[in-house]
Design a protein around this ligand. Sequence first.
Ligand code: PLP
Length: 370
Amino acid sequence: MSSDHFSSLSQTLLMGPGPSCVPEQVYTALSRPTIGHLDPRFIAIMDEIKERLQTLMQTDNRLTIPVSGTGSAGMETCFVNLIEKDDPVLICKNGVFGMRMEDVATRLGAAVDVVEFDWGTPVEVDALRSKLAEKAYKIVAVVHAETSTGVMNPVAEIGALLKGCDSLYLVDCVTSLGGMEVNVDEWNIDAIYSGTQKCLSCPPGLAPISFSAKAIEALQARQSKVPNWYLDLNMIVNYWQGQQRAYHHTAPINMLYGLYAALGVILEEGMDQVFDRHRRVHEYLVAGLEEMGLSMAVAAESRLPMLNAVAVPEGVDEAELRRRLLQEHDIEIGAGLGVLAGKIWRVGLMGHTARQENVDRLLQGLKILL
Ligand code: PLP
């Protein structure tokens, strides 16, 4: 069989919206021997992954596990386990992933309301407060790091607003986890999901999630069965917790080795040091871009460190520039999505990618091409 496809693969510098560059320790872990998924040695790894995720998410939630599937599987897991038909759900929407939440919740038969903000601007807490004064919601959902626009939403402030109210607080931290603080317990988050291929710097394939005691109560109080067998947490927990593990599905064993190593890399560097590195490298990128006459598409106070939306200058063919960056410099950056298509580039500084030397390489490439 020909291996031509593999021989053309290079260590492309991944500076798009994900996947990000993968450190050597994670590649090594992925290639460790596959063992049985109920082997006690594998269960020991599963248990430590849960602990490492609890540390990174800053939570004591016992139900903190990686779901088999990409970030969208994490989104589905949170919604499908918590929503029953006609449940009132409020979604904050200011980009593609808020839109995806709306789609997922609507398909599950929820009565979905949306509080919408311009793409490129953050969720406004006051507007949300007014909306919440009008009606009680079972779930209020928001995306922490809106990857489609580069905007950081005020997840901690919304958590404070929801404190003491009956609503479940559901948060997407696909792009933020591992690149900036995510504090599940302090921010009153009840259900949260992430993905491996962004700031965790592990290839795509797993979706860490965490459910609070309040979310588990809501799950247990359901009148109807969770309408999705694969993502039903009632069964999945018996695979991830307790003395006797019950087979549910065959875990993606080597992917979990990869996640275990990726979390180890972050915790070894130190969470604060990792978040600080993301912020510093982001500032270095912004300074370099501005020096070249380029400008950022998001106001400074709402910018994400790990996803930088750069305005495409007048008269530049943005797709051609991305094509040449990839072909001639082996650097990938992302295009704009939805209403921002053609208007921005999305430069990712996620996890292992977030290093000054990578920014230097990108700036050099941009200087040549522009
Ligand atoms: N949520 C956000 C904020 C994302 O950026 C993404 C992916 O880019 C997703 C959800 C979906 O994750 P995946 O593409 O891994 O299914």
